[in-house]
Ligand binder design. Sequence first.
Ligand SMILES: [Zn+2]
Length: 104
Amino acid sequence: MNPYPTALEIAPDSRLAITWSDGQRRLYTIRALRAACPCATCREKRSQPADPFALPTLKQVQTEPLRIAAMQPMGNYAYSIAFSDGHDTGIFAFDLLRQLGEEG
Ligand SMILES: [Zn+2]
């Protein structure tokens, strides 16, 4: 059986810590998780080339610390993660979560 999360917590530095069934503990920054969101909308956005003539912008949600609003299991293979910016359609499969973050 593939490793599955046995504990979720927000570490003191605001990173998400996942403890896995094989004993590994991985730390994830919330922004990196949000940037890796595997939903169709985010994948399409990432695949589009950036407009070279667009001036950079900073939206209000980007000026505030990004947090996880909720994290719910989907079946026994993934977690649905809702972010504090209102985005909640990302389904993070365990194998994706194992590739993201860093051991710590
Ligand atoms: Zn998404």
